[in-house]
Design a protein around this ligand. Sequence first.
Ligand code: DHB
Length: 305
Amino acid sequence: MIAGVNFNTCIFNTSGPADVTLQELEVVGRSKSSAITMKSCTLKPREGNPEPRYADLEFGSINSMGLPNLGYKAYIKFSKILKKKYKKPVIASISGMTLKDNLVIFKAFNDSPVDLIEFNPGSPNTIGKPIVGYDVDAMDKLLDAVSKVCKKPFGVKLPAYLDLVHFEKIANVIKKYPVKFVTCINSIGNGLVIDPNKEKPLIKPKGGLGGIGGRYIKFTALANVRKFYELFHDKIQVIGVGGIYSGIDVFEFILAGASAVQIGTAFLQKGPRIFDNVQNELKKFMEKKKYYNIQDFRGKLKYLN
Ligand code: DHB
């Protein structure tokens, strides 16, 4: 259960480059992903940043997509089709460029069949737009306004925090509002991957800077899940994302306190079979440990004495 909504498994897709079109979302619908998360949407359709804007790396990915999406109206339409066709939760991701845009989009989704909304304030790749998660006051203002209009259960996708003080500051803001879950973590912003032979970056936007995903970010993601699990005492659920390729990765996230996990880079790299594979591996590992339900071990990370 996430925010009172039933999920068949604790594993589903994250909002990302492979969730933009209806065709792509239907791939998620047909897969074993327990929900369909749609691409972060804006008021108007966006083409996004110039290509190349995504690259696979040995242990993950770099992207600077720049929020290419079909505009929120398309995702309201898609949610109706997806809800009818696939019996699983549909999650909208909202990433308006301004407070006003966000309010228009949130209001419109109130009258859609989406089960949950993930608010994604400030992608790391939109040129000229700050990462809102690093600005406590901006986050406060946005959550205040969104809370007043949103009638669906909603959560917030957060950037990676690295300083323990920041976890507390952002948690204290989030606690003021009816936020049901946080999703940790977004890709880690503004990495630079260089091809030493060409002496060039791998991607074109922002001089080569882009969000890092995949195995490179797993340990940071786990720490973020853990810290928010401790700070929210389960009053606000935590969804983990970042570097999940195997069932044991999922196990670790749940042990840290996640109520569910999302898969991003590994879905792009391995295709929709990743959801079956990871689920089967988790089941096997749980059987070996004699756990029958994820609640048997969720959050129960042990400490070294
Ligand atoms: C994009 C990247 C993100 O990490 C995000 O949260 C939203 C959008 C993008 O570049 O499209």
